[in-house]
Design a protein around this ligand. Structure first.
Ligand code: GDU
Length: 614
């Protein structure tokens, strides 16, 4: 068939058929006498060429070689942590709002101007049961802000701070790279374009698409063809670890270095709280000169977050690394004297191992150097589901995977400083990963549910708590066990949304509050430069100062019928079904001010507010 294909494709096919790669089965049905299906054959060679190009470094033959090795280890039941002993590592614990936290935020905000952000958003979130991309989900339904909108606006708020000024006096555009996949790319582009990049410049955001890898049918790493079409290879996602090779291949790291970027901060598709802790964590990276800093929260045993462990090898090597949640229990069982695995410490009610939330801060210079050496390749793993205990056949084709938090494995044996920073759950971690049904099971088990419902209430509760720490009088949220959302009850209280432009650090929020109180039934939505002096809210209040303008609220008592979060089961509308509630708006007081370079002072005069009855 050689005449059908360009020489490079012929070379690739011959390589695949070599003894080393042993993929002759891919072509064994090709009828050498008839020239039928030529177009399909061309498409298949094109697909193989792309798969070869996308698996870097090394191409398809390297993939097959790695797969054979890992499948052999899996069949032999080899423990990836053989020879390594786990212990609880020491990291930096930061209490949000404390003196130490304020100092770290000051240092961190200065570093923010030298930070590039990377969002990994190639996953579809199958566990959630949502049809769209996860970054399109609303963080909360009071404003319907999407995750992507919140992230971009948080980056813009950092960019707007006084600290983010180049020595030349010019403000810089803080860069954001988003890793997408075939499943999420078009929808991510559409979300950005239809929202005018959420106020960012188009050039500020770079999209990098990760490609899938071929599936494997057996322990000899034979590549899988589609059951319905023998000219199409089956493929699956390779995992978020691809982000490193994409950053390297795209040349972004070099470009950022030239721009004066010093840090790269990675984060995931749904964690509405991530930007609350980034300034403080950047402060830790800077002051402790961490080359790699994982953000963590206290972890409940068996929770689906990896545990950060110090691993010490019998030969003396040490590494501080994430042990993924499915591997932590067997590792701990194998190494403990009493066989206890992933269990809580009775004294604290949490696992002694801090939970990795995959918000990673990496020092750019050594990172870029290291990736130039490795090409961005990350340790891979394989997780085949075998048909039976002979481990010779798989239930369905498998593939190699990799995780972005495994990057420090490539630093073992070097002097690189790898550390972690722990914040409390309430301010650091609130992902949306699980369907209402799976969330309910976790709820019954006393586990965090990580549902759209918990995500929304945790977002409001975090903002309320920050206001309390800033001196405001906001009641603690309470659980009303009669009020169930999709069968689960959560602590709820005042619904507070503090947009990133209101303050991107604790001190900035605190500086805007001087005697503010809210009742539990209140809703407060604040955007822009707004300050509160002697303000009482008992109702729903939306206040927004457009960019460049300022509002000072003084001696005000806002009172109206407010909004209600009403439980609603089995709704047709997808988001309502996921959250298990709808919002009944009754009355809202609102104030919008957009005069550039001017301050609106509202002193005791309620008539300046608009009262809407819905
Ligand atoms: N992702 C990709 N490409 C992929 C797979 C995933 O970009 O091929 C992205 C997802 O969109 C998401 C992120 O990677 O933004 C993480 O994916 P999951 O939410 O599916 O990750 P897990 O829940 O399996 O676990 C990860 C870490 C854990 C812990 C946890 C915290 O592996 O150790 O940190 O996130 O949420």
């Amino acid at each position: 068939h050689a005449e059908l294909f360009p020489p490079l494709q012929v070379k690739l096919a011959l390589k695949l058929c070599s003894n080393e790669c042993d993929q002759g089965h891919l072509f064994s049905d090709w009828d050498s006498t008839s020239r039928g299906d030529d177009e399909k054959k061309k498409k298949m060679m094109h697909q193989l060429e792309l798969l070869d190009k996308n698996y870097q470094p090394g191409g398809l033959c390297e993939y097959i070689k790695n797969a054979k090795k890992l499948l052999k280890h899996a069949k032999e039941g080899q423990n990836p942590f053989d020879g390594w002993h786990p212990s609880v590592p020491k990291g930096e614990n930061v209490e949000y709002g404390s003196k130490k936290h304020r100092e770290l935020e000051k240092i961190g905000l200065k570093q923010a101007k030298k930070t590039a952000f990377v969002l990994v958003a190639g996953g579809l979130g199958e566990r959630l049961g949502y049809k769209g991309i996860k970054v399109r989900l609303p963080v909360e339904r009071a404003t319907m802000e999407t995750y992507l909108g919140l992230y971009v606006k948080s980056i813009l708020a950092i960019q707007e701070t006084d600290e983010v000024v180049r020595t030349s006096g010019q403000k810089i555009d803080v860069p954001l790279a988003i890793m997408t996949s075939e499943d999420t790319h078009a929808m991510t582009v559409d979300l950005l374009e239809s929202n005018d990049y959420f106020g960012a410049k188009k050039t500020q955001i770079t999209l990098m698409k990760q490609e899938k890898v071929p599936c494997l049918v057996d322990n000899d790493a034979h590549l899988a063809l589609n059951d319905e079409d023998k000219y199409v290879l089956q493929t699956k996602p390779h995992g978020h670890g691809d982000v490193h090779s994409l950053l390297h291949q795209s040349g972004l790291l070099k470009k950022w270095k030239q721009m004066g970027v010093k840090w790269v901060t990675f984060f995931q598709d749904t964690n509405s709280l991530v930007f609350r802790v980034i300034p403080g964590a950047l402060g830790v990276s800077k002051s402790r000169d961490f080359e790699f800093n994982s953000l963590c929260v206290p972890r409940k045993a068996k929770e689906a977050v990896g545990g950060i462990a110090q691993l010490t090898h019998t030969d003396g090597r040490k590494m501080t690394i994430n042990v993924e949640y499915n591997q932590l229990d067997p590792l701990l069982r194998a190494s403990s004297s009493d066989g206890s695995g992933d269990v809580n410490d009775p004294a604290t009610g949490f696992s002694p191992y801090p939970g990795n939330i995959n918000q990673l801060i990496v020092k750019l210079e050594p990172y870029e150097k290291q990736l130039s050496k490795t090409g961005g390749a990350i340790d891979e793993f394989v997780n085949p589901k075998y048909k039976d205990s002979s481990k010779t056949a798989f239930k369905s084709p498998t593939r190699l995977e990799c995780m972005m938090q495994d990057y420090p494995k490539s630093l073992t044996g070097t002097k690189a400083s790898v550390g972690f920073t722990v914040f409390d759950n309430w301010v650091g971690y609130s992902p949306v990963k699980n369907s209402p049904e799976d969330g309910k099971k976790k709820f019954d088990d006393g586990q965090p549910t990580h549902t759209a419902t918990s995500g929304e209430f945790e977002f409001y509760n975090c903002a309320s708590r920050i206001l309390r720490l800033a001196g405001a009088n906001v009641p603690e949220p309470e659980i009303d066990s009669k009020q169930k959302f999709n069968g689960m009850s959560f602590p709820t209280g005042s619904k507070v949304v503090l947009s990133p432009s209101f303050g991107c650090s604790f001190e900035r929020v605190e500086s805007k509050i001087d005697n503010l109180s809210l009742t539990a039934k209140s809703v407060l939505i604040v955007e822009g430069d707004v300050s509160f002096e002697n303000v009482q809210i008992d109702g729903a209040f939306e206040v927004k100062a457009e960019k460049g303008s300022k509002i000072v609220l003084k001696n005000l008592s806002v009172k109206n019928k407010s909004w209600e979060w009403r439980s609603k089961a089995n709704a047709k509308e997808e988001i309502t079904r996921l959250c298990g509630f709808e919002i009944k708006k009754k009355e809202t007081s609102s104030l919008l001010y957009s005069e550039k370079n001017k301050t609106l002072v509202v002193d005791g005069d309620l008539s300046q507010l608009e009262l809407k009855t819905h």
